[in-house]
Each structure stands twice: as C-alpha cells, then as structure tokens.
Design a protein around this ligand. Structure first.
Ligand SMILES: Nc1ncnc2c1ncn2[C@@H]1O[C@H](COP(=O)(O)OP(=O)(O)O)[C@@H](O)[C@H]1O
Ligand SMILES: [Mg+2]
Length: 412
C-alpha cells in the first residue's frame, strides 16, 4: 500500500488512438442535447451541459425527478413511448442515457435520427451480468469465479468451490439489491427461487484487500481519458465513501486504468464508462462490473478535476475534444443517504440535516439532488472533501460523518 499520500502520482491520463476514425461534426453549444432518465446522474449531466451552453431535453416518466427540475425541457413519458421519443428526437440531434436499464429499443429508435452514445449494444452488455461476465472473460479480463444459474438444476448442481458465494440477479440489481449471500448449494437453490427463478449468476465470495473503480471516457474517434483511480468503501452494499487517489501501489493504479481503457476499447465504447474492480487479498485486480454512464465513484471529479465526468459526457456526446482529467488535489467523497434525515433516535418523520455542519468546512463541496422524499438507503446527495493532502481530506470526511451521524467515521 502506498503511504505517500501527499504526493499523488495518479493524476489523470489520456491516450490517443492508433488511426481512429475521424470524429463527425460537433454539435455546437446552443443546440439541444437529449437525455434518457431523470435521476441525480442526469441532473449533474444537465448542469454540466448547460454550463457549456447546451440546452437539455430530458425524457423521464417521473414528474419531479432530480434531472427534470433542472432540464430546459422535460418530456414526461415512458422510455418506450413513441411520442415521447419523437419529441426528444425532434429537439436533440445527440442523446445519451443516465442509467443502464434504459430499454435498448429506446436507444435504437433514437439512433435512427440522432447520435446516440453509448450505443445500445454496449448498454445491453452492461445491463445483464451474464452477458457482462461472458464479454469480459472472452476478452481476457479477470473476473471472480462464477457460474450462470439459468435453471433450478444449475443451482442444485452449483460447484461447491463457488461457496461461500453470492447469488446476483442478472438484471436490474443495483446498490446491493438483487443479491443473496449463500453458504452452500441448498442455499443457492433457495436464493435462485427467491429471485423468482430469473436468470442469475453465482459468484464466489472473494476476500478483498479493497475495491477500486476507474471512470474512462472514450470519444467517437477512439481517444480515451481515465480519471485517477478511486478507492471505494461500501456499507450495506451501497457506496459510502470514495477516496482519491486510491491508496494502492502506482503499478496497480496504472493497471486498473489500462484495464478500463481496454474494456472501453473492446466495447468500441463511446461515452463515459465506469469499471468497478476488486483488489483481491492476493493483490490481483479483477473486474466486478461495468456501468455504461458516469458513476457515483466519479462524483469527486466535479470538484477535484479539471473536467468532471459529466462535462466529459457532454463533450463526447457533442463530438467535442475530450477535456483534461487531471486531479487538482486529493478528494474524499462521502455519500449522503436518506438515513441521516432520520438520525434522531426513533424518528419516523424526516428532518432536514443541519447543513451548516458541512458548509462550515470551506473546502467541503455539498451537492444535494433535490429529491423531495428522503428514504433510508436512498442517495440524496454527496459531499466532496478537498485538501492538499489525502490525510487532511480524510480528517474532514471523518468530521463531517460524525457531525451528520453517518456511520463509519472511525473506519476511515
Ligand atoms: N464476489 C464478491 N466477493 C466479495 N464481495 C463482493 C462480491 N460481489 C459483490 N461484493 C460486494 O458487494 C458490493 C455490491 O456488489 P455489486 O456486484 O457491485 O452490485 P451493485 O450492482 O449492487 O453495485 C460490491 O461493491 C462488494 O463490496
Ligand atoms: Mg457495484
């Protein structure tokens, strides 16, 4: 583990393609960009695109979603609604998505008249754990030992070497949802049944030294930029804290970035992609999962980097050159979940946290997503703590966690 936290070598890297295709004509600022999905990732995309001078039209069925409230236009319709898609296509000549479960058919429909990135083919791999693992393995990327559970028989016959393991639904899981830990075959069969008999994977539970992620942007011309590696701590299956730069050896950080760049290349990806990886106790990097969009573990880039993951998403979509991804200084991002609205003992009614506890730190950057209803486990916002040294950024994060009653301050 690297300890020289004062002198981060991991500051952002860019690579150029070997004879990549020429970019198409850029969509100039002032024009419309389209977005499928209305959550917080969409909200931060809107804000970044608007800073560049774009107008954003959001397609989202939810009336009060985080993105809809800042979008220049909100088309309130389902993702497969023909009129909704037509309205979006009428305004925007380029469109992207903020969540991987967007139906591929919606992206394909838009691709008939607009530039759509990422492409439906990339999204459909990332939205299905079975396809994702098959893709990664076929291209030589390390993944944890796993088996596909398609039938009850598969679960009954599961390889005992995969125990203890985790049964994960192939589709629609997020933030630890759609996962059941199992100790033996009989439990695997019960877990598969509890998932409603839907296709699942059974993964071996791997002892982890830590978890890291790399956000990579890849342009239509094949140029790539990777942000510095984030070290991620989870709590109850939900990202709790991202520490940047990750406290891993430089060689491992370089390898993680090379893996992310290679995954994007193999997908012929266009857009912003996150590759979540495990560092095993043996010091090996394996790919956990990929997200075809900006990622919670890349939120630090808004405040800590020259170009944020959301500005980059707009740049790639518009066909503009990639922005510089250099890190200004070390950062620790702390997620704000709905639980802290219920911090008082026995509270049933939510109470707004006292934000002065964050804002009194001059280098703590508060982001709230404008969600009207706080719920336990719901991502309501995040804080990015910036400091000249990682030790100082961690100390700020610890203080803020304590003040807001977020568990785990002492583990940081
Ligand atoms: N095979 C595994 N071995 C050890 N820990 C795991 C494994 N799979 C998942 N986890 C833990 O659970 C978290 C959530 O799992 P993940 O597959 O990333 O699902 P999600 O889509 O909910 O993010 C991971 O970040 C990691 O902490
Ligand atoms: Mg994950």
């Amino acid at each position: 583990m690297r300890t020289d936290t004062d002198a981060p070598a991991d500051r952002g890297a860019m690579t150029t393609p070997e004879g990549g295709a020429a970019d198409e004509r850029p969509v100039a600022p002032g024009a419309w960009l389209g977005l499928l999905g209305g959550g917080q990732l969409g909200r931060m995309f809107c804000m970044a695109a608007q800073s560049l001078g774009y107008k954003v039209v959001v397609l989202d069925p939810d009336e009060h979603g985080p993105a809809a409230s800042v979008a220049d236009r909100h088309v309130r319709a389902g993702y497969l609604d023909p009129q909704g898609l037509a309205d979006l296509a009428a305004l925007a000549s380029a469109a992207t998505t903020e969540f991987e479960n967007v139906p591929a058919a919606a992206l394909e429909y838009l691709a008939r008249t607009a530039r759509v990135c990422p492409a439906a083919a990339s999204v459909s791999i990332a939205q299905d754990r079975i396809r994702e693992k098959a893709f990664l393995s076929a291209h030589g990327f390390g993944v944890v030992p796993y088996a596909v559970l398609g039938t009850a028989r598969d679960a009954h016959d599961a390889d005992p070497l995969l125990m203890p393991g985790i049964v994960k639904s192939a589709r629609m899981g997020y933030d630890g949802k759609g996962q059941i830990r199992v100790a033996a075959r009989a439990e695997a069969a019960a877990a598969w049944a509890a998932m409603g008999g839907a296709p699942c994977v059974l993964e071996q539970l791997v002892p982890l030294a830590c978890e890291v992620s790399v956000v990579v942007a890849r342009s239509g011309g094949g140029h790539c930029a990777t942000w510095p590696v984030a070290e991620n701590r989870h709590r109850d299956g939900i990202l709790d804290v991202s520490i940047v730069p990750a406290r891993v050896p430089d060689a491992l950080a370089s390898e993680a970035r090379a893996i992310a760049t290679a995954v994007a290349g193999e997908l012929d990806y266009r857009g912003v992609l996150c590759v979540e990886m495990f560092v095993t106790t043996g010091g090996r990097l394996v790919v956990n999962e990929i997200a075809p969009r900006p990622h919670n573990s890349g939120h630090y880039s808004i405040d800590a980097c020259v170009t944020s993951q959301f500005e980059q998403q707009a740049r790639v979509l518009a066909g503009l050159p990639l922005g510089d991804v250099r890190l200004h200084e070390p950062a620790v991002m702390v997620n704000l979940l709905g639980d802290i609205w219920f911090a008082d003992a026995g509270a049933t009614d939510p109470r707004e946290p006292d934000w002065t506890r964050v804002l009194r730190h001059p280098a703590a950057k508060l982001h709230l997503y404008g969600k009207a209803v706080p719920r336990r486990g719901r991502k309501m916002g995040h804080v990015t703590c910036l400091a000249p040294t990682l030790a100082d950024a961690l100390a700020m994060a610890r203080a803020i966690k304590r003040d807001l009653a977020i568990p785990g301050a002492d583990e940081l």
